[in-house]
Design a binder for this molecule. Sequence first.
Ligand SMILES: Nc1ncnc2c1ncn2[C@@H]1O[C@H](COP(=O)(O)OP(=O)(O)OP(=O)(O)O)[C@@H](O)[C@H]1O
Ligand SMILES: [Mg+2]
Length: 249
Amino acid sequence: MAKIVSFSIYKGGTGKTTSAVNTAAALAEMGKRVLLVDLDQQAQTTRYLGLDPDTMPMNLAQVFIQGVPINLTVKKTDFGFDLVPASDLLSAVEAMLESGKDEGLLREKLDAIEADYDFVLLDTPPGKDKLTFNAIVAARQIIVPVSAERMAVDGLADLIKHLHTVLWPKYELDQDIRILFTKYDATTSLSPGIVKSARKIYRENVLPMLIHSAVAFPRSYEARKPMIHFAPSHQGTQAYRELAAWLAQ
Ligand SMILES: Nc1ncnc2c1ncn2[C@@H]1O[C@H](COP(=O)(O)OP(=O)(O)OP(=O)(O)O)[C@@H](O)[C@H]1O
Ligand SMILES: [Mg+2]
């Protein structure tokens, strides 16, 4: 059965998509069978992989709206792993889902496909979306990409509080949460200070690898290629290989 990993934090722009895509590529490089699911109506994961969300015959929205089996929406990427694409139709799914009732739907839908993969990675949208809650409920492991800046660390506290007070009691969950610092800037004392204080609070839940801030990341998005294919020996690529190895251990 696949290990289901959600890349989630309610704050926007912290590196969820970048981390999900590059971890998927690194796991595939290790020979793992990987499915990446794009749950964000912005469809940036889909675009990052060189696919146009408007021309995909099927996407995740049809799974929720029409009950299409999820395996029929899977698209092979050029990078050795599979994708369930997103589209802006996911906004209709968001409107359709009932709060407090439908958070377990994705979990059920993934049942049909779990045996085909070693890893299912879920890229979630920003905000307290019902689709994000669906991903969190489906996941066994939660990776929280946090940019190494004060505002994002406040967002981390918000997520952890919401898990403890809302989602975990309701769905009887208690998943492993690991914090992944992204956009780390070693040239000032700001990022090092933030990581140090987070390690004091969250201890071993802060992952040892740091994703440094690097222009290669937005460039790899522009090039529509994960870092492993765009800049194979870049420090950032190596850091995502370390995350993949940690997940696979
Ligand atoms: N380590 C990094 N260094 C520099 N830029 C980065 C890094 N990681 C991500 N970025 C850039 O930051 C922006 C936001 O990243 P990304 O889209 O991965 O965040 P996100 O959390 O998925 O955002 P959203 O909440 O909108 O879905 C993108 O332009 C991306 O290329
Ligand atoms: Mg994103």
